[in-house]
Design a protein. Structure first.
Length: 365
């Protein structure tokens, strides 16, 4: 029987091939109600021959469960989110669930669409890396529909959601302290920031500096950078800090080169994320600057490429795999009925010292 190449086999097709009623085929395939063993075997054989797969949404209406969760990553091409997704999937598989992956590309409109689509697919929970710290109605809608949400990488204090984040401010403080201990005072900073919610870095009348903006990872790391410099009375200037808007990647390389060639002449640069680390490293190579003889580099995220380059890069390491697993565990705890107050889980980081940071001034100076 030719059911057509473009038509998905239905329960009626299976019933016809097995020689039973549609209701009987439905009971056999859905595992509910009474069906004789021989009849069940006949239906299952017909199902296999036709390549029939059940309509998950329809089945969920009967069972009350789709056994699926959703993940909204802000950039799944970023190694951080790829590894975090693996951690979430590990937990989901252990629980007998599948994970539906979506990507917001750090755009609020795409995130809103992704959440709406996942809710339409009746997922039982969501892990979200929110692109906006202020526009959160779509996440409130999920909770109002009875779908628990866990936040990854960013926290939203105004929402009653669990979150899993890194200890960003402490991490940046440790990184800058390391560079200061090596004798560096002119330490530049390169950071990727939200295009729609860019922070403002402001000097106070007393000479202090502050970063104003929602507590995204980039803002927390800039805050740690400023605090470490302030505690050691090291100089800060607007020329030292370069921010790259997330939707202006085309200008990222130029921004990195501008930081290196500024009149301020940094002797070290701290990059606050994997993308900024990659950009500053490429800019250094393009400019022919020797690392660490003429410039020390310290990046964020211990990705594979940071140990494959010459010299290997000193980095702040976090564990996105562990953070993904923790987010998954919190989500399934909520799915299973945990009603305790929200938890903000802060994961520690590690400073890994390699050959890209050295004492200043070096032997060539």
């Amino acid at each position: 029987m030719d059911h057509g190449r473009n038509r998905r086999p239905t329960v009626a097709d299976v019933a016809r091939m097995a020689g039973v009623s549609v209701a009987t085929a439905g009971r056999a395939l859905g595992g509910y109600g009474y069906v004789g063993e021989q009849t069940r075997e006949r239906v299952e054989a017909a199902s296999r021959e036709l390549g029939y797969s059940p309509n998950v949404v329809a089945r969920s209406m009967r069972s009350g469960s789709t056994r699926s969760i959703g993940f909204v990553g802000s950039d799944i091409a970023d190694p951080y989110f790829a590894e975090a997704m693996r951690g979430i999937c590990d937990v989901a598989h252990r629980e007998g669930y599948e994970t539906i992956l979506t990507n917001s590309d750090e755009r609020l409109d795409l995130e809103q669409l992704a959440v709406r689509t996942l809710l339409d697919k009746q997922v039982e929970g969501l892990v979200v890396a929110p692109s906006s710290m202020t526009h959160v109605d779509h996440l409130k809608d999920a909770k109002e529909q009875g779908v628990p949400v866990v936040l990854l990488d960013r926290d939203l204090p105004q929402l009653d959601f669990d979150s899993v984040v890194a200890d960003n401010e402490t991490a940046a403080y440790a990184a800058i302290s390391h560079l200061l201990d090596l004798g560096h005072e002119r330490i530049g900073l390169l950071a990727s920031v939200s295009a729609s919610e860019q922070p403002e870095i402001r000097a106070g009348t007393d000479g202090s500096w502050a970063v104003l903006g929602a507590d995204r990872p980039s803002v927390e790391r800039i805050r740690g950078y400023l605090q470490a410099l302030a505690d050691r009375r090291a100089p800060v200037t607007t020329e030292a800090i370069t921010l790259i808007a997330a939707d202006r990647v085309g200008g990222a390389d130029a921004a990195a080169r501008a930081l290196l060639s500024s009149a301020w002449q940094p002797t070290a640069v701290f990059a606050t994320d994997n993308e900024s680390t990659r950009r500053i490293f490429l800019a250094v190579k393009a400019e022919g600057i020797k690392v660490p003889e003429h410039l020390s580099l310290l990046g964020f995220d211990d990705t594979d490429w940071t140990v494959m380059v010459d010299p290997p890069l000193s980095v702040v390491a976090q564990s996105p795999l562990a953070m993904g697993r923790m987010a998954g565990e919190r989500l399934f705890s909520r799915i299973k009925g945990d009603r305790q107050p929200k938890r903000r889980i802060v994961q520690p980081t590690r400073l890994i010292i390699r050959a890209s940071t050295a004492v200043w001034p070096g032997p060539d100076w």
